[in-house]
Design a protein around this ligand. Sequence first.
Ligand code: PGA
Length: 260
Amino acid sequence: MSHLCIFVMAKAIVIANWKMNPETASEAKRLFRAVVKGARGVKNVDVVIAPSFVYLNMFHVSSFRFHVKLAAQDCFWEEKGAYTGEISPAMLKNLGVTHVIIGHSERRMHLGETDEMVNKKIKAVLKTGLTPILCVGERVRERANEIPASVGEQVKKALAGLKKNEFKNGIIAYEPVWAIGTGMPDTAEGATRAALYIRKTVRDILGGKTADSLRVIYGGSVNAKNAASFISKDIRGMEGSLVGGASLDADEFVQIAKSV
Ligand code: PGA
């Protein structure tokens, strides 16, 4: 007698991280319009765009109309007050933002963001009812078959003090630093191994329900040619991608969304 194995895949998600681009509002509008137009043909994939803070307001209404979700690239952990230059999760929510990228390696490495700050931001984002996209990743490539222990540490510190089911709709992006913007992505095997390790780490600290319901995605030199290889087919490995450079080309980004 054969066993029937029912395996429930989470819906894939593709996130465009525009970083500090483009330079003008009209370029940003053009890019946004081209992406939402192309994304109309994309089924069963969540498409999320993370523009610079200054463009979020411009896309608020259109994102509802076109079923594209809006993300911020960062936020502050306090609710309000005398914090010059900072932006609260509530301000983002009021602009129609649904997701917030937290702990991107560019912030950790160049702007002094610590694990403790990442943890505070995750808590603030969850408290506001937004979905955090936690970024983790090792700086230097490990030898083949080695699991980067620093990634487990980052996950533990980022999620420290959370209640068991608080992160169940959260997203963790595995982004090896050496693969970001280098044109040298991880292999599908390497990224899958890291994704499984991340899910196991979450299982150990927040339990099986959260580990089974969160989404783990991959980021680092994803493009239209390789995006499909970063979606795990028959295990709960990777379920989407965080795309930097290639998301500034609307056609390429739409191709990525279609290919997953
Ligand atoms: P990349 O960036 O796609 O340009 O490598 C990914 C990221 O930093 O999120």
